[in-house]
Structure formats: C-alpha cells, structure tokens
Design a protein around this ligand. Structure first.
Ligand code: THU
Length: 160
C-alpha cells in the first residue's frame, strides 16, 4: 500500500476591493444577478458570472422549485447558458457570490459538487483552465486557477 498526496492551491483575497479590476467588474455582475435569483424556499441567493474569450459575460442565478430537486444552482444555469449560446467560446473566468436572507455570509461559498463536475466538463472540453473566484456576501474571496484545484481526482470522459 502507498499513499498519494494531492496538492491544491487557493488564492485568498481579503475582500472584493483587493481583486483585479476586471474581476471586481465580473463579481459586480454576479452580485447583480444574485439579487434576481428565485429562491423562495432556501432564501439563499446565488449569482454566477462567466467571462468568455470574446468578452461577453454570461450570468446565471439559482432557480428553485416547489419540487425541491427540480431546482437548479446558479453555476450550472450560467455555464449551461454559455454552452448553449456560445458553444465554441472558451470560458476564461467565473465569479460566484451567495447571500442568505437569514444570516450574513462572511465566508467564501464554494460551488457544490455537482456544479464542480459540470464546470469540469467545459474546462476539459476547451482544454484550458477556468479561473474561479467565489465569495459570500462580504469578506474574503477565494480563487482557484483551475477546476482541478477544487475537484481533485476528477471523473471525465477518459474514465469511460
Ligand atoms: N446553490 C447554488 O446555486 N449553488 C451552489 O453551488 C450551492 C447551492 C443554491 C441551490 C439552492 O437554490 C440554494 O442554493 C440552497 O442550496
């Protein structure tokens, strides 16, 4: 038996003001779309903004449903929208933010496992990394240079 160690690296910004200017703009778009989320059940609103290589920004927010599992996360709404509208354009960067109506989210809110798997599909398809920045409502912003830092031992088509 042997053990392997898997290395992940995350950059930590102390707040939104410390982000590069283009990411502040992208995060502002994520915040704006977050506020339009349809989240009457969880009261937890999430927004995601993707910057494509052609400069277009595609946004998404969570869409809930009375039949709870029929709802969808913001990240997948956004990335599937990008895949639907701009199938040949690379996704360069992604900004994610969440706000709860019940308490103040002052820690970075990471994308859920299913969203990581969905994002991984596009990163592998386009053969270039997607930078992901994520935060709560206020406070620190985490950045991963690639989905591989968020989802080690990724399952992809090479495993089929
Ligand atoms: N949610 C997202 O939009 N993204 C995530 O990565 C985690 C969770 C949404 C789903 C649901 O509408 C609400 O947040 C509470 O789970």
């Amino acid at each position: 038996m042997e053990k392997i160690k898997i290395f992940s690296e995350i950059s930590v910004y102390s707040n939104i003001d410390e982000l590069p200017d283009d990411i502040q703009t992208l995060m502002a778009q994520a915040i704006a779309i977050r506020e339009m989320a349809y989240a009457p059940y969880s009261h937890f609103k999430v927004g995601a903004a993707l910057l494509l290589e052609n400069g277009i920004v595609v946004t998404g927010n969570n869409q809930e449903n009375a039949a709870y599992p029929s709802g969808m996360c913001a990240e997948r709404v956004a990335i599937w929208s990008a895949g639907a509208q701009y199938p040949d354009k690379k996704i360069l960067k992604m900004a994610i933010t969440a706000r709860s109506e019940n308490h103040r989210l002052d820690q970075p809110i990471p994308p859920c496992g299913a969203c990581r798997q969905a994002i991984a599909e596009y990163e592998i398809k386009q053969e270039s990394p997607i930078e992901i920045y994520f935060m709560g409502e206020v406070g620190k912003v985490y950045k991963s240079d690639s989905l591989h830092d968020l989802l080690p031992l990724i399952f992809d088509s090479s495993n089929l």
